[in-house]
Unconditional design. Sequence first.
Lengths: 247, 676
Amino acid sequence: MNLTLKIWRQTDAVDKGKIHTYAISGISQDMSFLEMLDVLNEQLNEQGEEPVAFDSDCREGICGMCSLMINGEPHGPEVTTTCQLHMRSFNDGDTITIEPWRSGAFPVVKDLVVDRSAFDRIIQSGGYISANTGSAPEANSVPVPRDNAVRAFNVATCIGCGACVAACPNGSASLFLGAKITHLGELPQGQPERWSRVVDMTAQHDHEGFGGCTNIGECAAACPKEIPLDVISQLNKDLRTAMRHGH
Amino acid sequence: MTDMPDTTLTSDRSHDEPSPGQYDDAAGYYTLGEPIADTKAPAGDIADRWQTRKFEARLVNPANRRKLSIIIVGTGLAGGAAAATLGEAGYNVKSFCYQDSPRRAHSIAAQGGINAAKNYKEDGDSTHRLFYDTVKGGDYRSRESNVYRLAEVSTNIIDQCVAQGVPFAREYGGLLDNRSFGGVQVSRTFYARGQTGQQLLIGAYQAMERQVKLGTVTEYTRHEMLEVIVADGQARGIIARDMVTGEIETHLADVVVLASGGYGNVFYLSTNAMGSNVTAAWRAHRKGAYMANPCYTQIHPTCIPVSGDHQSKLTLMSESLRNDGRIWVPKKAEDCGKDPRDIPEEDRDYYLERIYPSFGNLVPRDIASRQAKNMCDEGRGVGPMVGDFRRGVYLDFKDAIARLGKDAIEEKYDNLLDMYERITGENPYEVPMRIYPAVHYVMGGLWVDYDLQSTIKGLFVTGEANFSDHGANRLGASALMQGLADGYFVLPHTIRDYLADGPFPEIGEDHPAVVEARADVEGRIEKFLSINGNRSVDSFHRELGHIMWEYCGMERTAEGLRKAIDMIRELKREFWSDLKVLGTADSLNQSLEKAGRVADFIELGELMCIDALNRRESCGGHFRGESQTEDGEALRHDDEFAYVAAWEWGGQDGTPILHKEELVYTAIEMKQRSYK
């Protein structure tokens, strides 16, 4: 395949940045999208131009490190992570626009790399169950109804990539937040801190500059792990209950 | 036999009984040093040793803990769990990772599960059986006191993770579910669909983030450790590079913990993350930490085959798939190009079931891998031609779907099968999957004593980065167990005995050891940027990987290893004279990061080959062509090689120094493995 790549280049956080256009050829359909960028970078290195910086680590769709807006969609046209997107989703002759995540709360570090430390700070504000090492009771002493366990697992699959934020017209991280609230709120172990958790995490979310949910649903559509939109309903429900109880 | 040591023994002598000292294949490549002993493991009954050590390890008063500082490099299960636990205990912890968040560490990619001797299935499991299985699986090349401890704390791990909210699979009654996993005959594996590593890591990460908020843990993300500071005989800190600004930072502490993972990326293609590297461990090695059994590599049998030269990494399919999938190749080589659905039952060779009737598809990983290679070498591999060969075997779910229904299979393996389809474009519910072995895990690592302390005082090593628990081969679902055992339940006890002597005298940034370490780091970075050659870092890495896979992969021979050592030395010369790294030192520069890692991989690769050359026996994941039984099974030489090979850095132009730690089994009898 021969492709035209329009890629956002920005030297650092303060640089204004702009789109550069590159032609690339000899791309195989079996390559992953990031392997295609590896090929580009080898080519740039050879030509004496600094390679394009982008994040990736596990390259098997689970670590959440890879990002990229591809033709305006987070992680591109398929419901998966960028590292699992393959070139068979594109056609010979395509022009592909590649940008970093778009959100004020995720400032650009360089080229396609952004700073997502806001997510860590949201978890720090309450996204855990306080259980010091060694203090845990026997694992089977608290049965968890299977339906709750299944729902908890389904939303715990969030990889913290930030696609939900990049997709949202209002830059909201409500899907990320709701997934963690729902995961821990479904489990008996999560009950003691349930109400303070939702209040503290929501406050941190807002403090980081993420917008509120405006019921668009782009987040769930973009989520590579298909976290369902109803976690935001759960978030709102828990938050309302917590406020009513004076937390 | 009274022959003199023969360094060029050929395979026709492989069935002879060696006499002690007969083999010295690596003569000339190393120097023999003094033997070493693990001096910290208590004597006495194996079941009492850990309790004894915990009691004897000195305590640190809670009020004094915040005056003691701990650096932890790596935030996977071993590092994240340790940071959380030591933070909870009240120590002053600094945590480092090269990723943008601690949650990205590669433990997250472990799929299948985590072992624990809970015996919830009442199927005969016990601490002793888990211990036994792990030692046997490691082919009697692990240290028994460490393995017993691992089995002993395994049950605490499950309790801890459930309390954190890890959503393990459950039965309808709400109790925890288990499954069986490769190489064992009991159901002791806890799992969270095919994402167990993710869920355990998120549990440890959340516990650690809680401590960040409480102020006991400070996290440094996008930071790469580039040197360890050894001052006055003790590890006292690290030099790290802020990967965003390029700033070289000095971090000092009372003790340093490396939880920096494994070095499988020395093969270029592996199931490791792109950034997984040996630099932290290798820099420590060069400062005096011994590297133990570096050649012990686990080649995982169930990965997606390579599709071409562009390949940047390999993807594992959890071996839990072997519980329900059946592995086969066509009986006749001429069927290999056919659509597998058109090959009738009688023309299929379910070779693992045929050769190993009692374990069948659940034989340990090294056996499953080597047999896949044998089938392909015989010309019965399947899938596309890569070079002159078809490198793949079928993993077929047809029978399982017929027996359990598609829904049951989907529930168990959905994300794995989806991932397979995503990568290959083939639907595994309809067409048998194709799998081939790939480098997955390294059992070798920095040598540690029972306390997990390396040969550098004050430098502790946990998780995959150390060598201690898996011997020559690791059983499925025990990497997660070891990482969390070390992080939650072992290190926090052993490190306190060391810290009881602290706080140690303050050292400043002007201490000669700090100045020297910084200068080394800065000098190396400057060198990478100034070579101005013609070849990219990746091209060197890929070439190193080819050499390692070809000569230090699933089957190793003296001849091949000697050739590999020459090739690696040549590659090293070329690297340092023809490398091309663009960009600057004071910005995010991914080529520069990779250059440092590949430089260290090259040196490690040479040591791996020397270690493999020295170990003229087959054990676990290390298969020497010269050491096999008449029917091609691995043949150990306990009389000569029942030791841990701990290598000391011999200097830039010297040869490595081999220290042997004899392996003594008191609770278990050494046997040749048999899975037939």
